[in-house]
Design a protein around this ligand. Structure first.
Ligand SMILES: CC(C)(COP(=O)(O)OP(=O)(O)OC[C@H]1O[C@@H](n2cnc3c(N)ncnc32)[C@H](O)[C@@H]1OP(=O)(O)O)[C@@H](O)C(=O)NCCC(=O)NCCS
Length: 214
């Protein structure tokens, strides 16, 4: 497979959003836990595609996008955009589309609230050492042949040149955890995300990994 790693362009928006949807639950579809594809695509990707597209790289094979890595160079700046621009948009969509009326979604919301009350969604603050974050996902059928490593190298190279101290990420996948360990990341935190157990069909871990950049 001849893989090309290249920068994102606005024409790639739909392809990237579809991969994000198809891989949201440890490499499997968001359909397993949420009913409403466009809403969940907005939640996962909108900041990156619409506000920091210069920090996205794609893997392309034969003209088809098969994976992406997307980053936020400064998590606090990202949070500001999420709060002032993306959350208002999501609230309008939430009310307009009647998403919470769908059983799968209100069951998820109740489960997430329980996890929140149990403290499962709380994370220590690693911003000072690792101010950047990333997300990476490859389509099923294109994993395990070095593409993730190549995408990660593109982001790490760019972020290092920008003088960023460190990058971190959250994952629920043991396979992804193995990939990040192999790629020079250290485990910062390990918890549980029990509200996703039913959709996943097993206990879901919540890992945070970080890598220092030069
Ligand atoms: C995680 C992911 C990005 C890794 O990309 P990849 O192209 O599959 O990984 P690579 O082929 O570059 O693997 C590099 C190393 O990571 C490790 N690794 C990768 N996938 C692994 C797996 N499933 N189990 C154990 N180790 C794995 C291996 O040690 C591998 O080194 P090796 O080839 O010398 O054995 C990709 O598999 C993926 O998108 N998975 C599904 C979605 C997901 O879990 N995303 C992460 C969410 S944060």
């Amino acid at each position: 497979m001849n893989v090309i790693i290249r920068r994102y362009a606005s024409e790639d928006r739909e392809a990237l959003r579809q991969i994000a949807f198809d891989t949201a639950l440890m490499g499997r579809s968001a359909q397993l836990f949420f009913d409403g594809p466009e809403f969940i695509k907005d939640v996962i990707t909108m900041y990156f595609t619409d506000y920091e597209p210069q920090s996205i790289w794609l893997a392309e094979i034969g003209g088809v996008v098969v994976g992406y890595i997307m980053g936020a160079k400064d998590e606090h700046e990202m949070n500001e955009v999420v709060l002032t621009k993306i959350l208002p948009h999501l609230c309008v969509e939430f009310l307009r589309s009647g998403i919470l009326l769908k059983e799968k979604n209100w069951r998820l919301a109740i489960g997430a609230l329980k996890s929140f009350l149990k403290g499962e969604t709380h994370r220590p603050d690693f911003y000072q050492e690792y101010p950047s974050i990333l997300h990476i996902n490859l389509k099923d059928g294109f994993r395990g042949s070095g593409t993730g490593t190549a995408l990660l190298a593109a982001l790490v190279d760019d972020f290092s040149r920008s003088g960023i101290k460190g990058v971190r990420l959250g994952t629920m996948s043991d396979a992804a955890a193995a990939f990040f360990r192999k790629s020079g990341f250290s485990l910062l935190f390990h918890g549980q995300l029990s509200f996703l157990n039913e959709a996943a069909g097993h206990e879901v871990p919540g890992y945070l990994f970080g890598r220092k950049l030069s």
